[in-house]
Design a protein around this ligand. Structure first.
Ligand code: ATP
Length: 359
């Protein structure tokens, strides 16, 4: 599966722009602010129906315009699919596959998978646990269609339980029976989520370690540890033991909504002790492992989007990344860089089948 044609209309800084791509490697080069990231983001839209960078669809409409459209033609051996996404001011987003609108947007997810490596990923290291949970949940959702429903059910019960705790606190009142209704939902779904996360991480981490080791040429030891309140406690005892604390705080203080992934370099938190290049290598390895996971489960080669990829990586690591791209037989690759000559020199080593788009 690969993206052959991309048509942008009023998408961010592009009024109208068409591209015809190589099946293998496509590079966008140009100065800061010319729209390199925006093209990668348009491809992300076609794959996952949303921007990687901007949660509001409306913000992606070109300034002073009333709608944008992004259209792509995906080729799969002999068949061709046209995906078209239109966002109009004040209206619901429309996504069509071969000119027919989807009933549910979720029906599109997974058909044309992609993985993005972006400078914004550094939030995964620098920010709070919710970023890492979202990353983990997004990865699992792409390979397990039931998982998202479990998460949604858990989140709904959690929000209701928290609202009730807040009400009790405001009114200096407590009713254990009504709280227990939500406890059972949290226990049932939380147990399943914990089990799935644990299993997933056990198979994901070795892939991640292999990629990091390849990038650093085996010189650095990295680990990812999954931590959860449910690791050594039954969810029912956890809720019981923390009831007084929850009442005082007026929210549910413990549970799988507090799970985290601990990223370490030589047993030290990479956030505090990793250099910028080491952190970038860590993020690249996380994403390549994600790509490999999707590939194994779906038997499709996801499109790899790499924004500003060579920045902060030394020549050895760039060479290793090139080697990986060559040996691992990734699918179609899109990358962006500010340096034309550097890009050309690097991609020539991966494949002779490449195109460079100067923006
Ligand atoms: N809704 C919008 N309408 C018009 N222009 C927009 C919109 N949103 C963003 N832009 C413009 O898009 C440009 C940024 O594009 P992008 O982030 O793709 O640049 P880039 O080439 O990747 O730059 P860098 O090398 O700095 O990463 C900016 O000039 C910004 O003003």
């Amino acid at each position: 599966m690969y993206l052959k044609i991309l048509r942008l209309f009023n998408f961010k800084n592009f009024s109208e722009k068409n591209f015809t791509f190589s099946e293998k490697i496509n590079c966008f080069v140009g100065n800061n602010g010319v729209g390199k990231t925006n093209v990668l983001d348009a491809i992300h839209y076609l794959s996952l129906t949303k921007s990687y960078l901007n949660y509001s669809d409306q913000n992606n409409i070109r300034f002073h315009e009333s709608f944008f459209s992004v259209e792509g033609n995906f080729w799969n051996d002999t068949t061709e699919d046209t995906i078209r996404i239109v966002v109009q001011t004040g209206q619901k987003k429309v996504i069509k596959r071969n000119f027919k609108a989807y009933e549910k947007i979720s029906d599109h997810i997974g058909k044309y998978p992609c993985v993005m490596i972006s400078p914004y990923d550094r939030n995964l290291i620098s920010e709070g646990s919710e970023f890492r949970r979202k990353f983990m949940d997004a990865m699992i959702s792409q390979i397990n269609s039931d998982y998202l429903h479990l998460i949604l059910r858990y989140q709904k019960a959690l929000a209701q339980r928290n609202a009730l705790l807040k009400l009790f606190s405001a009114n200096h009142y407590f009713d254990a029976i009504s709280l227990e209704m939500y406890d059972s939902e949290l226990i049932e779904n939380g147990t399943k989520i914990h089990h799935i996360r644990k299993e997933f991480i056990a198979s994901y981490v070795p892939k991640f370690s292999n990629f990091y080791s390849a990038l650093s040429q085996g010189e650095e030891e990295v680990t990812i540890q999954y931590i959860s309140d449910l690791e050594d406690k039954e969810p029912s005892s956890l809720l019981k033991e923390n009831l007084e604390k929850d009442r005082a705080a007026a929210y549910t203080t413990r549970g799988i909504h507090k799970d985290d992934l601990i990223f370490k370099l030589f047993q030290y938190p990479i956030k505090k002790f990793g250099s910028q290049g080491q952190q970038k290598s860590f993020l690249v390895a996380l994403k390549l492992a994600q790509l490999q996971t999707i590939k194994e489960y779906s038997s499709k080669s996801p499109i790899l989007l790499m924004d500003d990829i060579f920045d902060k990586l030394d020549d050895h690591r760039v060479a290793q990344l090139v080697k990986l791209a060559h040996e691992e037989q990734f699918g179609q690759i899109f990358l962006s860089d500010t340096h034309n000559d550097r890009t050309e020199k690097i991609v020539q080593q991966i494949s002779s089948d490449y195109l460079i788009f100067k923006l």
